[in-house]
Design a protein. Structure first.
Length: 486
């Protein structure tokens, strides 16, 4: 079938495009690789697929086409570990060479293949050259304990030309996904590839399954680290903080985990000591804030948190999920209650031991909070552990906590002195002060198990440490006492 007919199928926009069968996808890319189509048709193909996105079946067909045109690495008798390297890195470490050298030290035959795809990043060829590992000009078998670098143009010149289209149109095309999942070896191989977003991991895994490829998916080897300490420097030395915590059985230590790397760090903290008792996972209820906070949309956050919960469960680490921006978003405005509740149900079904509704920017009001908690119990069950998290931006955090209590919630986040905030939420004030919750509940006849005087003493001590008066109103005014008449 002529490429113009294929473009009519795939060029109908994101919602109207029709997926191709594996056979048709193979024929389509074959025409592109063979150079039997015009540059204009190649551009149309690239733009249409960029908008539409590739299905696993289409990816399998594309791989079939590439395989038939590839100069394969000869079978040297030993299985080869294949490390695709195409992302490069701007400022963060490019760890693929280190991984390759470590594998070779263990006796593995290692193949790195890649090529620069843009000008603003450092790519594997530059790092390997500095390590005196030079590109091979032709496909050769790889001996155990050896790292070989074979540029893409040696494996498949036509695929390299398709990758270079990015420099003209400024957008990725299917070639950038293909190179991460293709097997360039004639013999046994294990593809060790990296992914940058959770949904990519799912689609790559489905492609590997369709093509019967042995593969391992990693995060963070290509300068796309999971948690960049430069964005949130407070999280850079978490291990040192955890190591300094007292081993008090009355206290539960919860570690904030924004991604799988965070969960892995929490798990690792328990190896040589008590470490973290619970993983505190987070998902944001809106796309815009989610991208600002964690670099992911709601759909991506759901997938990421499922992965995090599964990872924690496998390590027997209890894990909870906080739904950030449950009552309002600084970028998108009001958040539909139904969306928040649907997220809560999905996270509970994924294994969260507790769900929290978080008013990250302090816009919630008592009526809204009370209804959210009520509906939460209706959807999750009266015995399901619900928690609330309030920022006191507009002075309503204690009132919101009271509304949540009346609706049945019994677990509340708070911060000594009202400290806290969010670096990615414009205008967000600190968390509701611990002293204010203790005061409110005590004056309401509810024993929450905390001593207000001790909290006020801690406030005064911490104010000296911080060198400033803390925001807590109760911290400033103290407990309610009646002065004796003179």
């Amino acid at each position: 079938m002529a490429i113009s007919q294929y473009i009519k199928e795939i060029g109908r926009g994101k919602d109207g495009a029709r997926p191709l069968s594996r056979e048709k996808a193979s024929d389509l890319l074959g025409q592109v690789l063979d150079g039997t189509v015009t540059d204009l048709e190649i551009g149309a193909f690239c733009l249409a697929m960029r908008i539409k996105g590739e299905t696993p079946a289409e990816m399998a067909g594309f791989l079939d086409a590439v395989r038939r045109r590839m100069n394969l690495i000869p079978d040297g008798g030993a299985p080869v570990v294949v490390l695709p390297s195409y992302n490069g890195a701007r400022k963060l470490p490019l760890l693929t060479p280190l991984l390759a050298l470590l594998l070779a030290r263990e006796g593995a035959a290692v193949l790195i293949h890649g090529t620069p795809t843009e000008d603003s990043r450092i790519f594997i060829s530059e790092v390997l050259k500095a390590l005196e590992i030079h590109a091979r000009p032709a496909p050769e078998s790889i001996a155990p304990g050896t790292v070989a670098f074979v540029p893409t143009e040696v494996l498949c010149p036509a695929l390299k030309r398709l990758l270079d289209v990015r420099r003209v149109v400024g957008l990725r095309n299917p070639a950038h996904s293909l190179v991460k999942v293709m097997n360039p070896c004639a013999g046994k191989a294990l593809i060790v590839s990296s992914y940058t977003h959770p949904e990519y991991a799912l689609s790559m895994a489905q492609t590997f399954e369709l093509t019967h490829t042995n593969a391992l998916l990693l995060r963070g080897t290509e300068g796309e680290v999971v948690a960049d300490a430069r964005r949130v420097p407070q999280m850079a030395d978490g291990e040192a903080v955890i190591a300094g915590l007292p081993d008090d059985p009355r206290v539960t230590y919860i570690g904030l985990c924004l991604n799988t790397r965070g969960v892995e760090r929490a798990i690792a903290s328990r190896v040589n000591g008590r470490g973290i008792d619970e993983a505190g996972c987070v998902i944001v209820a809106t796309d815009a804030f989610g991208i600002a906070n964690q670099g992911q949309t709601v759909v991506e956050g759901l997938a990421a948190n499922r992965e995090m919960l599964a990872l924690a469960k496998a390590a027997e680490l209890p894990a909870q999920v906080t739904i950030s921006a449950s009552f309002g978003c600084p970028f998108e405005g009001p958040v539909p209650q139904a969306r928040v509740l649907d997220i809560a149900v999905q996270m509970a079904e994924a294994g969260a031991a507790e769900i929290a509704f978080a008013d990250t920017i302090g816009v919630g009001v008592p009526a809204q909070v009370g209804e959210m908690v009520e509906r939460g119990f209706e959807r999750l069950g009266r015995d399901f552990p619900l928690r609330v998290h309030f920022h006191d931006t507009r002075g309503l955090a204690p009132a919101n906590a009271w509304a949540a209590y009346q609706a049945g919630c019994r677990v509340f986040d708070s911060a000594l002195g009202g400290l806290g905030g969010c670096p990615f939420a414009p205008g967000a004030a600190g968390n509701v002060a611990t002293e204010e919750l203790i005061y409110m509940f005590a004056r309401s006849g509810i024993d929450c198990g905390y001593d207000l005087d001790a909290a006020l003493d801690a406030n005064a001590w911490f104010a000296d440490v911080m060198g400033k008066t803390l925001p807590s109103r109760v911290g400033k005014a103290g407990d309610f006492t009646v002065k004796e008449a003179a």
